[in-house]
Design a protein around this ligand. Structure first.
Ligand code: HXC
Length: 257
């Protein structure tokens, strides 16, 4: 492939994106994030892909945005380039995304993981927003997504002191959904991605939209959105197949339409 800082492969219905800048602990420079967004969007357009699994290395999911790339930027340069705005496009991907986090997920690395729909952590994972130590603050959603994930008390604590959260605290606090042994992370995370990918694609995409609506709207509007989309699911072949399979006591074979 034409990517320099990531490795991209397809396994069954799962699209795999692996951050691959080992010498910089997967620090996210512009090139790397452009590649991540491009690869995720390409998978999103492929009807044969039902889940996207994003991983780093054993030592680091990603140690942050690239400090060396940023350090000499002036305000006007950052503002005019709208620095980090492009990264948001990762959250516009409709296919479910799974982050497999081992080792450091700091700053932009933590923020990228939080942009994923499902977070699975190795017991070695360390989450943090240490930007305060650099004289700045989170810049790609950390102050918003961490606060929504773990609440104000822990978000303020982490963002103002720069302290890290280990995997156990991250699970306790609702930042990640599962913690697994480090040497099992790749297999377990793939299993989760594969499970998601084999379900009805229309249902998965709609379910992701519905959950995300919970962050953007009132309860009443969110419940209404869910109900409308639920009704619409009855226009799909997969709904007929899923419910017939249940009645016939067999495994559903979704056609993903
Ligand atoms: C650029 C980085 C980097 C980063 C690590 N490296 N993190 N380069 N940007 N974020 C590079 C190091 O410079 C070093 O390169 C190599 O990776 C290995 O790192 P070491 O520090 O030697 O490893 P270690 O001693 O094991 O320490 C690991 C670490 C430490 C604790 C993760 O690297 C660290 O504190 N990194 C910075 C974490 C951080 O502050 N992240 C937030 C970034 S700001 P050389 O060439 O020296 O060998 C951000 C938010 C953006 O993400 C929002 C606005 C700023």
């Amino acid at each position: 492939s034409s990517y320099q800082n990531i490795v991209v492969e397809t396994r069954g219905r799962v699209g795999l994106i692996t951050l691959n800048r080992p010498k910089a602990l997967n620090a996210l420079n512009s090139q790397t994030m452009e590649e991540v967004v491009a690869a995720a969007r390409a998978f999103d357009r492929e009807p044969g892909i039902g889940a996207i699994l994003l991983s780093g290395s054993e030592k680091a999911f990603a140690a942050g945005a690239d400090i060396k790339e940023m350090s000499s930027q002036a305000y006007s340069e950052m503002y005019l380039a709208d620095w980090f705005a492009h990264w948001d496009n990762f959250t516009r991907v409709r296919t479910p995304t799974i982050a497999a986090v081992s080792g450091y997920a700091l700053g932009g690395g933590c923020e990228l993981a939080m942009m994923c729909d499902v977070l699975i952590a190795a017991d070695t994972a360390q989450f943090g927003q240490p930007e305060i130590d650099l004289g700045v603050l989170p810049g790609m959603g950390g102050s918003q997504r961490l606060t929504r994930a773990v609440g104000k008390a822990k978000a303020m604590d982490m963002i103002l002191t720069g302290r890290r959260m280990d995997a156990a605290e991250a699970e306790r606090s609702g930042l990640v959904s599962r913690v697994v042994a480090a040497d099992e992370l790749a297999d377990k995370a793939f299993e989760v991605a594969e499970t998601i990918s084999t379900r009805s694609l229309v249902a998965s995409l709609a379910a992701k939209e519905a959950v995300n609506a919970a962050f953007e709207t009132t309860l009443d509007q969110g419940v209404l959105f869910e109900r409308r989309v639920f009704h619409a699911a009855f226009a799909t072949e997969d709904q007929k197949e899923g419910m017939s399979a249940f009645a016939e006591k067999r495994k559903a074979e979704f056609k993903h339409r």
